[in-house]
Design a protein around this ligand. Structure first.
Ligand code: PEP
Ligand code: MN
Length: 327
């Protein structure tokens, strides 16, 4: 981002008009009697020399980037041999919300692999709104999921909820998920990053894109080898859908920031009948892949049943996307 300083005593309004006339969108900053204009990224590309040549311009320099590591991360990252983003085929991460039993996750892995997904998802440690709700089977579930994934050639993505459980989760997962509710739990971000695994960072339910990128920066600063973002809907005003899927943010992150973004239509809408159209829309705006919940008996699911596709619907989704995933 470019910052333009106005020469002391010069007509700042005239400088602003000259910048705007050249197609730049600027934001005026004033401090200690000095005026500066921050050039917004959506501006037309104008050479720095041309800006310096304008009357009343003292200097034009690049502002220190807020999240240099996120900016420098390549558009494509590789997780356990699977390329994500940067033109790679869309990656699908699918499985139940919660790992409920060994038999359940084995059956889910078989169906997910047969449908052509690349990753098995499932919660072992569950962040539940109510303390009376099912909290996950913890360590046992991690073992069940890892073995099921290995039997079917899948990678594992699962949530890390606490620093204490981190090493155990990292032992079983290829990709560590940071849940929405923890996006700005900075101590957890640092601890998760130190585990040395790539991280899937879900967007906080009221987080701006900038806050989300800065949370990603925390992960990279503390040693995470790669960060993939996951848009899962933000809090909206309308209860017709569980959350509000922000595809504009996905387009911005994928197309402008060049960060790999996975879209989770399941948590975004909270109802299975809207998963397929939103999955298609997500890929159309540049998502690197999808995170989708699926359950063989959604009516009895221990969490998030209403948004889970049954295995046949999951296979139909994959056919609709026309993609076979990495095995
Ligand atoms: C989940 O993936 O099951 C989950 C709890 O997601 P989120 O953090 O987006 O609510
Ligand atoms: Mn869920």
């Amino acid at each position: 981002m470019l910052v333009v300083s106005v020469t002391p005593g010069a007509d700042a309004g005239a400088v602003q008009a000259a910048l705007v006339a050249r197609g730049l969108w600027v934001q005026r900053l004033e401090a200690g009697g000095r005026v500066q204009f921050v050039v917004e990224p959506c501006s037309r590309a104008v050479a720095r020399d041309a800006i310096l040549a304008l009357p009343g311009v003292e200097a034009a320099f690049a502002a220190a980037p807020a999240h240099p590591r996120m900016d420098a991360q390549p558009a494509q990252v590789v997780v356990a041999g699977v390329a994500i983003g940067g033109g790679a085929p869309p990656v699908v991460m699918a499985g139940p919300c919660s790992v409920e039993s060994e038999a359940q996750i084995e059956a889910a892995a078989a169906r997910v692999a047969a449908a052509g997904a690349g990753f098995l998802r499932g919660g072992a440690f569950k962040p539940r709104t109510s303390p009376y709700a099912f909290q996950g089977h913890g360590e046992r579930a991690l073992g069940w999921m890892r073995r099921a994934a290995d039997r079917h050639g899948l990678r594992v993505v699962t949530e890390v909820m606490s620093a204490e459980a981190g090493p155990l989760v990292a032992e079983h997962a290829d990709l560590l998920q940071i849940g929405s509710r923890n996006m700005q739990n900075f101590a957890l971000l640092a601890a998760a990053a130190r585990l040395g695994r790539p991280v899937l960072l879900k967007r906080g339910m009221a987080a701006t894109v900038e806050e989300w990128l800065l949370a990603g920066e925390y992960l990279l600063v503390h040693g995470a080898p790669a960060v993939i973002l996951c848009e899962r809907g933000v809090r909206g005003f309308d209860p017709s859908t569980r959350n509000l899927l922000d595809l504009g943010a996905v387009a911005l992150l994928a197309g402008v920031h060049r960060v790999p973004v996975i879209v989770d239509p399941s948590h975004a809408v909270g109802r299975r009948d809207l998963i397929v159209p939103l999955a298609r829309a997500a890929l159309a705006v540049g998502a690197a892949g999808l995170l989708v919940e699926t359950h063989a008996d959604a009516g009895h699911a221990l969490s998030d049943g209403p948004q889970a596709l049954d295995p046949d619907e999951m296979s139909a989704l994959m056919s609709a996307l026309g993609s076979k995933q990495h095995g």
